[in-house]
Design a protein around this ligand. Sequence first.
Ligand code: IPM
Ligand code: MN
Length: 360
Amino acid sequence: MKPKSKSRNYRVAVIGGDGTGPEVIAEALKVLDAASRKDGFKLDLAHFDYGGERYLKTGKVLTDKEVTDLKKFDAILLGAVGHPDVKPGILEKGLLLKVRFDLEQYINLRPVKLYPGVWTPLRDKGPEDIDFIVVRENNEGLYVGEGRFLNKGKKNEIALQVSRNTRKGVERCVRYAFELTRRRNKRKKLTLCAKTNVLTYAHDLWWRVFNEVAGEYKDIRTDYAHVDATCMWMVKNPEWFDVIVTDNMFGDIITDLGAMIQGGMGIAAGGNLNPEGVSMFEPIGGSAPKYTGKNVINPLAAICAGGMMLEHLGETASAAGIEKAVMDVTATKLKSLAAGKMGYGTSRSWAPPAPSARRC
Ligand code: IPM
Ligand code: MN
C-alpha cells in the first residue's frame, strides 16, 4: 500500500521466531522467491534470531536499538512467538507486542476467508459465505498493560486492568476500516463489534467515533453487533459480514473464532499495519513447539502472510497470484484438511500427519 522504496526492491526483516515459526517461514520464503522472480521485483532479506532460544542464551528479548533497526525495513515477516521454557508473557510482551506498539502498527488486519476445498466446521457454509475481514485495533485497549494489584496475595485482593482507548487511536482505526470497506468494494458494509451495553465508557467512545466517521462514508452501510452476538453470527450467518472493526481484546478473541471457521490456524494469516510506517506480517497460529521439525504444520498461513506483505508493499498482482496459487492447491490437492486435521506439512515430501496430531 505504502512502499518506502520507489524501486521494486524491498528490504524485509525475517524473524522466524520460536517453535514451528522458522519452518513455516522457510516455506513462505520459497514462495516469495518464486513470486519475485516471476513478477520482477526484489526482496532483500535480513534474518534475525529473536525469540525464545536467544532469550534463554542471552537474557535479551528485543532491545530498543533492535526495534530502531527494524524501522529501517520495508516490512517484517514473523513466524511465531512462544517457547515452552520461557515464562508466558515474556516473549509475547517483549517481542510481539513490543514491535506492534513501538512501530505503531495500529491495525491488526485479519482476513477470514474460506478457500475452496478447505474444511470448515460450519456444516452448511461454503467459500461464498465465509469471506470477511476483521480490523482489530492493535495498540490500545486492555493490551496497554496498565493496571495494578491492591492487597496482593490477601483475601481482599483486587486486580485492576485498564482498557485505554484514545479518540486518536479509535478514530484512526475506524477510519482505516471505512477506507478498507470502500476499497474492498464487496458488500460495502462495516460492522462495529463492541459491548456498548456494559463498557459504557470505552465503547461509548467507540460508538460515537464510529458514527461520526460514518458520516463521511455515505456509500458504506454501517452495522453494530455486541461482541457476544458477533460470535453467534460468525457461526450462524458469517455471510452477513464484510468488514468488522473492533478493539484489541475483542479482536483477539473473535479472530481465533474466525480462524476456525476458515479452516483452522494453519491457514489464518494477519498483518500488523502501520499504514505510514513499517508493518509486520505473520501466520496467526502460534509456535506449536511440540511439533517443531515434524513436518506437520501447515505452511499456508505463513505463505498467505507473505502474500499480504506483497499486497502491502504494492505488489498487488503478485499478491493476487499467491492467493490464487493457494486456492488452486486447496481446491485440488487437499482432502486432508478435512475434519480439522492439519493437512499439509512443511517440506515437499508431504506425508499424512499422524492421526493424533493436533494443532495447539
Ligand atoms: C495474537 C496472539 C497475541 C495477542 C499473543 C501471543 C500476545 O494471541 O496475535 O492474536 O494476544 O495478540
Ligand atoms: Mn490471539
